[in-house]
Every structure is written in structure tokens, then in C-alpha cells.
Write a protein that binds this ligand. Structure first.
Ligand SMILES: Cc1cc2nc3c(=O)[nH]c(=O)nc-3n(C[C@H](O)[C@H](O)[C@H](O)COP(=O)(O)OP(=O)(O)OC[C@H]3O[C@@H](n4cnc5c(N)ncnc54)[C@H](O)[C@@H]3O)c2cc1C
Length: 412
């Protein structure tokens, strides 16, 4: 299919999740920015995020503790420099989001900090249980008010446009790519995108392209990710010669609702925190045989145990039962889960919930430095699509929205 339009910008940002919106807002109006997104602006994993954003904000907490918690979750495979960088920039990332109009939950005039698995202190900044929606809604409002951003909805990145780099002049103008080198170094000149409304290909040119296309959960049968999470940016960067790293480290959420009408609905960890028990179809409990912490063992242990039981019994799912806590307690503590399941014909006050482990987060991605630079000059990668080294083999809860903001700021 021939390209029909060529348009030139200073920066192309691909993706309207948290990473992409931050980058676009930080670059405009000084730069002419094109923001592409393959569905609409609101389609992203970011808007679905519930828990929050990790940052050391309490005087009793410490940056070192956040670093150590991240390293422990990452099973020793986090890059120490990247971990320190992200953790140290977390408080200012939160302040920047607030300056953009994001309203986080407060208590007595201060940010309310909650605690999540793997964190040794209360350090999760949140907006009730819908943090991603609060953040994205505020940033999208800013986007509408900001001059210099041209939005291309329903435009899907198809491929990057690259050219061999001349040396040494260009190398002096633009700092060397993250890890690439001479000879054979290439530069990114822009991209080709499919206009999904007209069916035509367009070419967009810019000296800088920022890949913020999110994760790849849709590669798996069960995933908590939105339909847009198909790894497009990772694949395009790889095809253009960038290295990818840690792609084998996919974090699974142990309890995603198993129902044909709701493929990506998360059944929060809090349900197990409040006494929910995992059961086989015959009603027997199996987690105590896997770990002394039973249902409260870390995510990866619970997910592996469920997977083993499903394989052993040829099961389509297992069940999560909270009925013993009583209908009033369940309705008060889990109004969203109760209402959503009821819509699907499952009354969680009197019957167990069918659940499966589901691909939740891609720890790896396009290899970058701490400014998001990839192996390809002019190409940056940020957010879940990138791998600057923070997440190691396993992401610490609420570190991913944080990475989106911190790396978007340093790349911008
Ligand atoms: C249900 C759920 C709950 C979560 N809760 C939390 C939490 O509480 N705290 C936390 O830190 N993390 C959480 N995460 C993880 C976190 O939400 C993601 O890692 C983060 O939002 C990724 O942001 P992103 O900007 O990189 O990608 P996304 O938000 O996924 O945005 C990617 C964007 O790229 C676009 N795109 C993709 N391919 C193309 C293409 N070819 N062309 C054009 N556009 C394209 C998409 O349409 C989308 O707009 C959660 C994830 C899920 C799924």
C-alpha cells in the first residue's frame, strides 16, 4: 500500500498511556509534537490501573528501603543504577502529576499512603481504587489545553523509518544511542502508521520518536491487559535493530475473573487479604500445601500454584471463595467486584468466583538508558514497552506507573 501523506514534526510520541501523555505534555508547546494512538486517547492499560504509584513520601520511610524492596521483588536482576534513579525521582514525579491537576487521596491535608505487597512501608500514592483513571483524566484535560500537540487517534504504528547514520558529525550533534555503536549505526527518521479510518498509510517524520506503546499481555490467552497491549512498539523497535531485554519475565496476576463476557477483569489481591480462599472444583483448598502463607503468599507463588493445579486436573479455572465473610461485609468492602460479577450472573456473596492466572505486566522490553535512548539514534522507548532495568525479573507493585512518569521526564 503506498504512503499518501507525509507530515513533519519535532517529536512523534506513539501511545496515549501514562508514558506517552507525560512525554507529550513535557515537550509541547516548545516542540511540535504528534501523538499517535491506535484506538482512542482513553484506550490504555494506564487508565485501568487501580492500586497506585510508589514513592517515598513519609518521613519514617527511606529511599534506600524502596530500593531494597524493588531489588528483592526483582529477584536480584534489577539494575541498581536504574533502580536508584527511578526511586530517587519518585517524589518529584508525584509533585509534577499534582502540578498537572491530578488529585490523589488525602487524609488530614496530606497525601494518604497505602501499603502493598512487597513494600516495607506505606508508600503508595493513590486516588481511591482508581488511580489510573484519575491520573489519565487529569492529563487528558491538560492535553486538550496544550498548544503544539497534534493528536492522531485510530492511527496504528506499523513500522519505523530508518537510515544509515553518517559519522562523525551526527554523533556529535546527538549523544550516542544508549548502547549502539559504529559501524552500521542507524538513525530513526520517523514512522509509518495506518490510518484505521481511511485504511491509508501515512508517513510521519521527526528527528525524535518516542515509543510508548505499553505491554504485550495479549500474547497470552488470559491477560489483565487491554486489547491494545500487543507488543507493537517492542516488535517495531526490534525490527529496526534495537535490542530487547528480559522479555521472558512476564508477571502474572493470580486471580483474573474467568468468564467469557469479561476477559480482563481483575479480582483484587485484597479479596485474599480479607480471607478469600482458593478452591478446587470439589471445594478443597490447595494453597496451604504450596506455601505456609497459603493464599497470602506473593503473587508469583500463588499464580504458579494455580497453574500447577489447573494442569494437574485439566481444569479451565479454580475458584476464589469469600462467602464466609457474609454478604454485608462483602458488599461494603468489594462494591466494584461484587457489582461487576453480579452483572455476569455471579453473586460473590453466596458462590465462589471462577479465576485464572493472567499475564499482567511485561518486565522486559526495548533496552534503554536512563533517558529512554535505544540502540537506534533518535528513537526513545519509555513505559512498559521499555526496559531501562528497573523491574528485573518481577515488578514490585506500583513501580510501573512510577517508571512511566520518571522516564518520560528524563527522556523529554
Ligand atoms: C488492570 C491493571 C491494573 C494495574 N494497576 C497498576 C497499579 O496500580 N500501579 C502500577 O504502577 N501499575 C499498574 N499496572 C501496570 C501499569 O498500568 C502499566 O504498566 C502502565 O500503565 C503502562 O503504561 P504505558 O504508558 O507504558 O502503556 P499503556 O498505558 O498501555 O499505553 C500504551 C498506549 O500505546 C497505544 N498503542 C499500542 N500499540 C500501538 C500502535 N501500534 N500504534 C499506536 N498506538 C499504539 C495504546 O493504544 C495505548 O494508548 C496495572 C495494569 C493493569 C492491566
Amino acid at each position: 500500500m503506498p504512503a499518501t501523506t507525509t507530515t513533519e514534526f519535532d517529536v512523534l510520541v506513539v501511545g496515549s498511556g501514562l508514558a506517552g501523555l507525560c512525554a507529550a505534555l513535557l515537550l509541547a508547546p516548545q516542540r511540535r509534537v504528534a501523538l499517535l494512538t491506535k484506538q482512542t486517547l482513553i484506550d490504555s492499560a494506564s487508565i485501568w490501573a487501580q492500586g497506585g504509584i510508589a514513592a517515598v513520601m513519609d518521613p519514617g520511610d527511606s529511599l534506600e528501603a524502596h530500593v531494597q524492596d524493588t531489588l528483592a521483588a526483582g529477584a536480584g536482576l534489577c539494575d541498581l543504577e536504574a533502580t536508584r534513579f527511578v526511586v530517587e525521582h519518585a517524589p518529584e514525579a508525584i509533585a509534577w502529576l499534582q502540578s498537572q491537576g491530578v488529585q490523589f487521596s488525602e487524609e488530614a491535608g496530606r497525601l494518604h499512603l497505602t501499603r502493598e505487597g512487597g513494600h516495607s512501608a506505606r508508600r503508595i500514592v493513590h486516588a481511591t481504587d482508581a488511580t489510573g483513571a484519575a491520573v489519565q483524566t487529569a492529563l487528558l484535560e491538560r492535553l486538550r489545553e496544550t498548544a503544539g500537540i497534534t493528536v492522531f487517534e485510530r492511527h496504528m504504528l506499523v513500522d519505523l523509518i530508518t537510515t544509515p547514520m553518517e559519522m562523525p558529525t551526527e554523533a556529535a550533534e546527538d549523544p550516542a544511542p544508549a548502547t549502539g555503536g559504529w559501524p552500521g549505526a542507524r538513525r530513526c527518521l520517523g514512522l509509518q502508521a495506518l490510518d484505521e479510518t481511511s485504511g491509508k498509510l501515512i508517513s510521519l517524520k521527526a528527528s525524535h520518536t518516542v515509543m510508548a506503546t505499553g505491554g504485550a499481555g495479549q500474547v497470552y490467552r488470559h491477560t489483565t491487559n487491554p486489547p491494545t497491549a500487543t507488543g507493537d512498539g517492542m516488535a517495531a523497535a526490534w525490527r529496526a535493530g534495537c535490542r530487547v531485554m528480559n522479555m521472558e519475565f512476564i508477571q502474572f496476576h493470580p486471580t483474573c475473573l474467568y468468564h467469557p463476557g469479561a476477559r480482563n477483569f481483575l479480582i483484587s489481591e485484597a479479596l485474599r487479604g480479607e480471607g478469600g480462599r482458593l478452591l478446587l472444583p470439589d471445594g478443597s483448598r490447595f494453597m496451604p500445601a504450596y506455601d505456609p502463607r497459603a493464599e497470602l503468599a506473593p503473587r508469583d507463588i500463588v499464580a504458579r500454584a494455580i497453574d500447577a493445579e489447573m494442569k494437574r486436573g485439566g481444569l479451565a479455572c479454580v475458584y476464589l471463595d469469600i462467602t464466609h465473610r457474609g454478604a454485608d461485609f462483602i458488599r461494603a468492602h468489594f462494591p466494584t467486584i461484587h457489582a461487576r460479577c453480579l452483572q455476569l450472573g455471579i453473586d460473590i456473596t453466596c458462590e465462589p468466583i471462577p479465576v485464572v492466572p493472567a499475564a499482567h505486566y511485561a518486565c522486559g522490553g526495548v533496552l534503554t538508558d536512563l533517558s529512554g535512548r535505544t540502540d537506534l539514534a533518535g528513537l526513545y522507548a519509555i513505559g512498559e514497552t521499555a526496559c531501562p532495568g528497573l523491574q528485573g525479573a518481577n515488578r514490585l507493585a506500583s513501580n510501573s506507573l512510577l517508571e512511566c512518569v520518571v522516564l518520560a521526564r528524563s527522556a523529554a
